[in-house]
Write a protein that binds this ligand. Structure first.
Ligand code: NAP
Length: 233
């Protein structure tokens, strides 16, 4: 799916990776970029159309699908990450909270926009997943579970949307230098690097993008013995 002349909706487009998607979509010739944000006033990038879109609010999702009936590419980027594993007190509440944004958000958006994409020839959905969809560590254990769920959603949607010719791309990526990873002392990619790889993959017709080297290593490790997810951190 080419960006040139496309009409793109990005969730969480006011900052971080979502903002970079908006910049690069414009640079690649998108005809219109809807920048979804909980607070539209926080969208300051020239050339985009800010829309109010909290992905946990069904009414806002429905309103966005009505207003943005010309979308040809949906980028499910909005996400939250709360640190912590499964055993500490509060992990159930943390899981519910993160699932609302990281799983139910893209699920709601995909349901709402599938008919819009179908009406314009199929289009594409790109879901921002994570290396944490595949390996789970206590630092981001609960978060990882939400990204595993989002990966399953991505794989299921791909089959359900095949008949209407919608390209469904899963973007896996390790640490990226954004607000989300502030305070985590690990090697990080820049948003520009990983978004460039993701949009190159989208434009090449791919169904999955491994946006950095560590993610490529982990993917290879899934079928190693022992599997990379069995190896203690
Ligand atoms: N950074 C990383 O290392 C990394 C690695 C793998 C995957 N990811 C994924 O990449 C995506 C973007 O993350 P980021 O690193 O760019 O994080 P970020 O800088 O913290 O930005 C998160 C974005 O999501 C938005 N958001 C959060 N909850 C929302 C909701 N309920 N409705 C709509 N928007 C909401 C935020 O909006 P507000 O400004 O209103 O809070 C913000 O625009 C996420 O899905 C994340 O899980 C990030």
């Amino acid at each position: 799916m080419k960006l040139d002349n496309a009409i793109v909706l990005i969730t969480g487009a006011n900052r971080g990776i979502g903002l970079e998607f908006a910049k690069q979509a414009l640079a690649r010739g998108a005809r219109k970029v809807y920048a979804g944000a909980r607070n539209p006033a926080s969208v300051t990038l020239p050339g985009v159309e800010a829309i109010q879109l909290d992905v946990t609010e069904p009414d806002q999702v429905a309103a966005a699908a009505k207003r943005c009936g010309d979308v040809t590419i949906l980028i499910n980027n909005a996400g939250i990450a709360n640190v912590g594993g499964f055993l500490p007190e509060g992990s159930v509440e943390s899981a519910r909270l993160q699932m609302e944004t990281n799983f139910f958000g893209p699920l709601r958006l995909s349901q709402a926009f599938a008919p819009v994409l179908a009406a314009h020839g199929g289009g594409a959905i790109l879901n921002v997943l994570s290396i944490a969809s595949w390996i789970n560590r206590p630092l981001l254990g609960v978060y990882g579970a939400t990204k595993s769920a989002a990966w399953a959603l991505t794989n299921g949607l791909r089959h359900e949307l095949r008949a209407q010719h919608t390209q469904v791309v899963g973007m896996h990526v390790g640490f990226v230098d954004t607000d989300l990873t502030r305070g985590i002392d690990m090697p990080k990619s820049t948003p520009a690097e990983v978004v460039t790889r993701a949009l190159d993959a989208l434009e090449a017709g791919a169904e999955e993008v491994l946006a950095d080297e560590v993610t490529r290593q982990v993917k290879r490790g899934l079928s190693a013995e022992p599997g990379v997810y069995l190896v203690a951190p």
